[in-house]
Design a protein around this ligand. Structure first.
Ligand code: HEC
Length: 725
């Protein structure tokens, strides 16, 4: 309802900027100049002797990569120049380590005091000697695989934090675990979520002033988002910030959440509300603020979430809180009343930019929506916002109100469909971007895509526990009709590339196109090299000024994670975790322990190790479509399509086409036996592998209906393959 009304909060924020900035506490960074240079200080191997002074002086020890984003600014910029354009051609594989999980691998290796730490799918954590590649210890938190059923977007983990001899891990099941950096033994472990609720953690814990800051995920699964701070030494809770209001009168409703209630309608709090802060958390020593971005509300469609509309604060917002107390400082809602899964949880970074001749300390983000934002880091005042990727959902951001000028066509109802660009995975998702103060450019992995939206029928749709609840459909006759209109945008994934973006001029400088569609994290060095993998099975280096590809090496795997770089005994290394859904086109499985060739790869100059070349039997690349004939009725296939879309597609892929390292059911041998199918789907025969029982959510006959739908999809795909030959 209030969609077009300007948020009074935003207005107050913009006009009250000066007052706010005065309220901000003493700037911690002022001490950074006095912090001792640690370049000369050597720590024992595996000491993980990271403290505030050392982190603030990170640029004095460029050979370490002490936090996932390297420094508090999270620019993922390395001052190292040992590997440069002149010698990058000699970069070769120094060592690699096989990984024993095979879903998405998203973590950035952290390297400190000679040891490299990384995590894999299922929140497993490893410590390696960063020079020799010898494994020092491994830790498996033994997450109950049933948690995989409420991990919307795979059982991934994005990495660890190091602090005063401990390594911190956020586990998928909501535990925050501190381990002894030398031994991998658990020092303390706390449950940060109610284990009965469908929360997960995939994000990197951040260390701020002796506290570990952690959020969670689960906005499609009846969760209420919050961010917590724990004492890094003891695991004691210090503060918690909720991102959406609870039921009116609830004691956790802070003054700002009470105000936010005015922008909500209905019983949204029964479903948690969502707005989970599942990825970015950034601390800025200069402002002493902690920033995080929040995700979508539950459900995506406002027809269920907040039927009369409204802004639904703090859904899809950047929030700044005071580091010591977790108290609200300011917020900026990027997508008021979001209905398109436009999370703004994407990486935030701080930088010092000269804008209009004035030096500004800014906060920047390239969120899913396709608009690049630059804010004053202290006040949240919007400096500029413009398109870094094609989009149709808004024409521009109104710089006065901070609100998007929405395209009226993109709101959808149960009767009205919409085509929206970008699709829910966004123009830029969690994949780390990088900023080089030398080139003044931000390097963003961009994906161009569209999707159709229509509301699920609120009369028949019911929010269910531990089930993906978007209250939308992405396949319908009305959506197909819209895509069929002359001049309509193409459906689905269009193209992807690494983009260099000028945040001051707000303009695209270059694009390095991908051969195969998919996003991949980036890192940039002072020698003007941008490193990023791809979905064609390559790890690439680009000239940071021009986008020219200057080096490339095989990864045998799709790459989504970002690399890091470090120095041991005077030699510079580049480390990258590889492995995502499936395998690159034409790539055979070569890893005995991981179907998608997940590995840690470590490169240095003049090294010549090679990856295994012999294909392993049962390689995914050789799979053929061989479904049984369709025996189901038309009604069963249609019922199966609906049930699949609601309950299965989140993991197994839209339309039955797998988009993650989760079986493509069309290829499954299980299609040959309906009884085996039902044992898996209804009786939970594979629950230990993350495929839980769906008995409680499926109506009678629906498992069979989905089976017939998949058989039908498989036969269609087989016919299409035959026609293409
Ligand atoms: C939370 C993620 C998730 C959801 C949701 C999900 N699955 Fe699965 N499913 C998996 C995983 C992971 C596996 C692989 C298990 C293994 O390694 O054996 C799997 C395997 C299967 C298999 C066995 C395939 C084979 O070839 O071995 C079938 C059949 C299956 N799922 C059907 C379904 C159906 C039907 C639905 C919806 C009612 C569904 N799944 C929903 C994660 C999921």
């Amino acid at each position: 309802m209030n969609r077009t009304q300007s948020s009074t909060w935003t207005r107050r924020l913009l006009t009250g900027a000066a007052a706010l900035s005065m309220a901000i506490g003493p700037a911690l960074a002022q001490t950074s100049a006095k912090a001792p240079s640690k370049a000369a200080v050597t720590h024992a191997k595996g000491a993980a002797a990271v403290d505030t002074a050392r982190l603030l002086a990170a640029d004095a020890e460029p050979g370490s990569w002490m936090a996932a984003g390297r420094t508090y600014s999270e620019q993922r910029y390395s001052p190292l120049t040992g590997i440069n354009k002149a010698n990058v051609g000699k970069l070769g594989l120094a060592w690699y380590a096989d990984v024993d999980t095979e879903r998405g691998q998203e973590s950035t290796p952290v390297v400190v005091d000679g040891v490299l730490y990384f995590t894999t799918a299922w929140s497993k954590l490893y410590a390696y000697d960063a020079k020799s590649g010898q494994q020092l210890w491994a830790y498996d938190p033994k997450v109950d695989p049933s948690n995989g059923a409420v991990a919307c977007c795979d059982v991934v983990n994005r990495g660890v934090a190091a602090w005063k001899g401990k390594i911190y891990l956020g586990a998928l099941d909501g535990r925050l675990i501190a381990l002894d950096a030398k031994t991998g033994k658990v020092d303390w472990s706390v449950q940060t979520t109610d284990p009965k609720q469908p929360y997960t953690i995939t994000q990197v814990p951040r260390i701020v002033k002796g506290m570990v800051i952690i959020g969670n995920a689960g906005a499609e699964y009846t969760c209420r988002g919050y961010v917590s701070a724990y004492d890094a030494a003891t695991g004691k809770l210090k503060w918690r910030f909720y991102t959406v209001p609870a039921q009116p009168g609830d004691p956790t409703n802070t003054p700002e959440l009470k105000k936010a209630l005015a922008g909500w309608d209905g019983d949204f709090w029964k479903y948690g509300g969502g707005a989970t802060a599942w990825d970015t958390i950034l601390y800025d020593p200069k402002t002493d603020l902690i920033y995080f971005g929040t995700g979508n509300g539950l459900s995506w469609s406002q027809s269920v979430r907040s039927p009369k509309g409204g802004d639904n604060l703090f859904v899809s917002s950047v929030i700044a809180v005071h580091a010591n107390t977790g108290k609200y400082a300011w917020h900026f809602q990027e997508v008021p009343g979001d209905e398109w899964d436009y999370d703004v949880t994407n990486p935030l970074m701080t930088a010092d930019l000269k804008i209009g001749g004035v030096q500004r300390h800014v906060l920047m983000q390239a969120p899913k929506t396709g608009f690049f934002y630059v804010w004053d880091a202290a006040t949240g005042k919007l400096i500029s916002a413009d398109k870094f990727a094609p989009l149709n959902w808004a024409s521009k951001i109104d710089l006065k109100t901070g609100r998007p000028v929405e395209n009226p066509e993109v709101r959808y109802t149960v009767d009205k469909a919409a085509i929206v660009q970008p699709a829910p995975l966004g123009a830029h998702n969690w994949h780390p971007m990088a900023y080089s103060p030398k080139t003044g450019l931000v390097y963003i992995p961009v994906t161009e895509s569209t999707t159709g939206f229509q509301s699920a029928d609120p009369k028949t749709f019911a929010v269910k526990d531990r089930v993906y609840n978007t209250a939308t459909v992405s396949f319908s006759d009305k959506i197909t009709e819209l895509y069929g209109k002359p001049g309509a945008l193409p459906r689905g994934n269009i193209r992807s590339y690494l983009e260099a973006y000028d945040p001051v001029a707000q303009k695209i400088v270059w694009k390095a196109p991908d051969k195969d569609y998919g996003a991949h994290g980036a890192m940039v060095t002072a020698s003007n090299l941008v490193f990023s993998g791809d979905w064609s099975g390559r790890f690439n280096a680009f000239d940071a000024r021009t986008g020219e590809k200057v080096w490339s090496a095989p990864t045998q795997a799709d790459v989504v994670a970002a690399p890091s770089t470090y120095v041991i005994d005077g030699e510079q290394y580049v480390a990258l975790l590889v492995g995502a859904r499936g395998l690159p086109p034409g790539q055979a499985r070569t890893s005995a322990s991981s179907a998608n060739n997940s590995r840690l790869l470590v490169f240095k100059l003049n090294a010549s190790a090679t990856l295994p070349q012999n294909p392993i039997a049962g390689s995914v690349a050789g799979k053929v479509l061989d479904p049984p004939l369709l025996t189901g009725t038309n009604e069963q296939v249609i019922d199966g399509e609906g049930a699949y879309g609601r309950f299965c597609s989140g993991c197994h892929g839209a339309g039955g086409v797998a988009d993650k390292s989760i079986p493509d059911l069309r290829y499954s041998q299980v299609l040959r036996r309906l009884d085996t199918w039902n044992q898996i789907v209804l009786d939970g025969a594979r629950a230990d592998k993350g495929m839980v029982s769906f008995k409680k959510v499926l109506a009678d006959g629906q498992s069979e209906a989905i089976y017939h739908y998949i058989v039908s999809q498989a036969n269609k795909a087989k016919a299409a393959q035959a026609a293409a030959k």
